[in-house]
Design a protein around this ligand. Structure first.
Ligand SMILES: Cc1ncc(COP(=O)(O)O)c(C=O)c1O
Length: 310
């Protein structure tokens, strides 16, 4: 589960070479440590009949490049280089099902707010990681709350960049939820409309229609969100992006989270109010099934979403 610790493996890719897991160290005063100036991705690799395959790797690396661009980081590794480096990292560590976490960060150098001139370092760790929201989450569903913390105003943080510093907000949402006995929190946007979970996008099902909040500048354009929008349409469900007021969470027939870590996780209650029948919903489970078959390479990869490691 998400609270469990990291599982160390042998090698981490660093700027074109492999270093030992335990040697991937930073100075205390690195800009990334002081100010959260680190761009990252979270990517899953799955064991498939054709060997390990990384799901939507190119899209994740594109987003990493975009994050660096937004934050004026002069990333010198091309997208192709980083795609290959992710594959190499999984292969070198002999991993199958695992999580890949590329990171581009400002290292030791600047003391003040301008990081330019400090070294820019790129790392790619990977490790085995199970179901993020708990072992039963994918089958039973999770109990969540609406967070007392909101997402930031769109002109405060550029949320389409996955910057580590943004995630202190996510930690507040997550810790508050856990302390109050929930698995996860759903945050609203500065305008008070539903945004997303601490690290997941959100979907509602109502009268057979699949609904997800607009990308209004308060939530991440999740790659799983995009995959699920397409899968839902493939399965014949009407799909709609719209503004979602908080009370729609309580009256939805079904709710579920999507994300690389969370995959497709049903939500069975919000603020102790049961969602629908109070268990994992049928539409959610149909989408989850198609999603898992897709990532595990059990279906034809018509959209070329899988990058084989070997
Ligand atoms: C804040 C936030 N929202 C949504 C997601 C889901 O995005 P994706 O499906 O690309 O993993 C993530 C995970 O990366 C996230 O950190």
């Amino acid at each position: 589960m998400g609270t469990s610790g990291l599982i160390p493996v042998d090698w981490i890719w660093k700027d074109g070479e492999f270093i030992r897991w335990q040697d991937a160290q930073l100075h205390l005063l690195s800009v990334a440590v002081q100010f959260g100036a680190s761009m990252f991705e979270g990517i899953r690799c799955y064991q498939t009949p054709r060997g390990p395959a990384i799901f939507r790797l190119k899209e994740h690396i594109r987003r990493l490049h975009d994050s660096c661009h937004i934050y004026r980081m002069p990333l010198e590794h091309s997208q192709d280089t980083l795609v290959d480096a992710c594959r190499d990292t999984v292969r070198k560590n002999g991993l199958g099902d695992c999580y890949v976490r590329p990171m581009v960060l400002w290292g030791y150098g600047a003391a003040g707010m301008n990081p330019v001139g400090s070294p820019l370092e790129t790392y790619i760790p990977a490790w085995p990681w199970g179901a993020y929201l708990g072992d039963d989450a994918l089958t039973q569903g999770v109990d969540v709350c609406v967070s007392s913390w909101s997402r930031a105003h769109p002109n405060t943080f550029p949320v389409q960049a996955k910057a580590a510093g943004h995630y202190v907000n996510a930690q507040l949402i997550k810790m508050e939820a856990i302390v109050n006995g929930y698995v996860e929190g759903i945050a609203v946007s500065p305008s008070g409309l539903v945004s997303e979970g601490s690290g997941q996008n959100l979907f509602l099902v109502r009268n057979g229609v699949i609904i997800t909040p607009f990308l209004d500048g308060s939530s991440l354009a999740g790659i799983t969100r995009d995959a699920v929008l397409r899968i839902a349409a493939d399965l014949g469900y009407p799909v709609r992006e719209q503004y979602v007021p908080r009370e729609s969470l309580y009256t939805a027939d079904e709710l579920f989270f999507t994300g690389t870590a969370s995959e497709v996780t049903p939500i069975r209650s919000v603020d102790r109010i049961p969602v629908g029948a109070g268990s994992a919903g049928a539409v959610t489970m149909a989408i989850q099934k198609r999603f898992m078959e897709t990532v595990r390479g059990e279906r034809e990869d018509a959209r070329a979403w899988l990058t084989l490691v070997d």
